[in-house]
Design a protein around this ligand. Structure first.
Ligand code: UFG
Length: 328
């Protein structure tokens, strides 16, 4: 009995692997290492390869006695997805099809899926509920929605049960500092801000200060990566206990503007962090805040690390110790 974690060398994947290892689970990681880092994987068996190599994937599932899958492997850059949509359909949608077919052939019928708030597009209301309409405004969100829908039809046809977790803005790092966030290229707000006190950039750009929010900058719901990892464990337990397929938002329910996030980073790092207002970035909704009422009532999940200072503090500890990211 072992859990297969696809994309387990990536940011959220590696923190979930750490949480699984903490619980003494047997973990097998598959990652093509295009974006993942070998040093981010704290244990388990690492298999380097691509989901789209279906016979290879089936042999991993068979040889390691896989009983459940947690599926992170995907391309996840919104801007790139608009420039190169084919890459996203191939890696994300076709990759997931290969995974589900391999699971079906090997009799594995439980999967926890890494989804995103980008499935909603421009929100129809705030906070956003799982029952709200899903009209993605970028190819990345569209492919994640297609992957969710594929799972729904595999459940209907073959009884394959899934829990899809729609994350809002993942941030932070393992509090003991062993692993953290290292994207290349980096596009996320908090690691970019922290590059200023690290001396790697001289200012942070604020993408637009004319949004209909209190200070004019975009508001997001930042959630600690370890809280996300905990939700995957609860979802896995739900499926092991015979639970039905479901979709859950994962957010704190609190919104912070870009300017507020920069202020928290100034406080945590003790650095002035100059900020320069730039034009809006295309496709950014003004406000994205989760309602996590469903996951709280059905899985008993709520964020344990919900102060933004604590989230930034954990991120800062990792970046200070690893200013150039992972070695590998
Ligand atoms: N921002 C800046 N300056 C920067 C970088 C970001 O002002 O240098 C702003 C963005 O415009 C946005 C906010 O900071 O308003 C957060 O931006 P991120 O790129 O960190 O995160 P997003 O909200 O764009 O992205 C998140 C998830 C994605 C998901 C997306 C869906 O991280 O995986 O929501 O909208 F696809």
């Amino acid at each position: 009995m072992a859990v297969l974690v696809t994309g387990g060398a990536g940011y959220i994947g590696s923190h979930t692997v750490a949480a699984l290892l903490e619980r003494k689970e047997d973990v097998v990681i598959v990652d093509n290492m295009m974006q993942g880092h070998r040093d981010a994987v704290l244990g388990g068996t690492v298999c380097v390869g691509d989901l789209r190599d279906r016979s290879w994937l089936e042999s991993i599932i068979e040889n390691h006695g896989i009983t459940e899958v947690i599926h992170f492997a995907a391309s996840s850059l919104v801007g790139e997805s608009m420039q190169d949509p084919g890459k996203y359909y191939d890696n994300n949608v076709y990759g997931t099809l290969c995974l589900l077919e391999a699971m079906r052939h090997q009799g594995v019928n439980r999967i926890v899926f890494s989804s995103t708030a980008a499935t909603y597009g421009e929100p129809e209301q705030v906070p956003i509920s799982e029952t709200d309409s899903t009209l993605p405004t970028n190819t990345y969100g569209e492919t994640k929605l297609a992957m969710e829908q594929m799972m729904r039809w595999f459940d209907s046809a073959y009884g394959m049960k899934y829990v899809s977790l729609r994350y809002f803005n993942a941030a932070g790092a393992l509090p003991d500092g062993r692993i953290g966030e290292d994207h290349s290229p980096e596009t996320h707000l908090i690691p970019l801000i922290l590059q200023v006190p690290l001396g790697k950039r001289d200012h942070i750009s604020i993408f637009g200060d004319d949004y209909p929010t209190t200070d004019g900058t975009c508001i997001r719901d930042y959630i600690h990566v370890c809280d996300l990892a905990d939700a995957h464990i609860l979802a896995l337990e739900k499926l092991r206990q015979g639970g039905e397929s479901s979709i859950y938002n994962l957010g704190s329910g609190n919104g912070f503007s870009v300017k507020e996030v920069i202020d928290v980073c100034r406080k945590v790092t003790g650095h002035a962090i100059p900020a320069i207002v730039q034009p809006r970035r295309a496709g950014d909704p003004a406000v994205l805040i989760a309602s996590s009422a469903r996951v709280q009532s059905e899985l008993g999940w709520s964020p344990k690390r919900d102060s933004l200072e604590a989230i930034v503090g954990d991120a800062w500890r990792w970046h200070l110790a690893n200013p150039n990211g992972y070695r590998q």
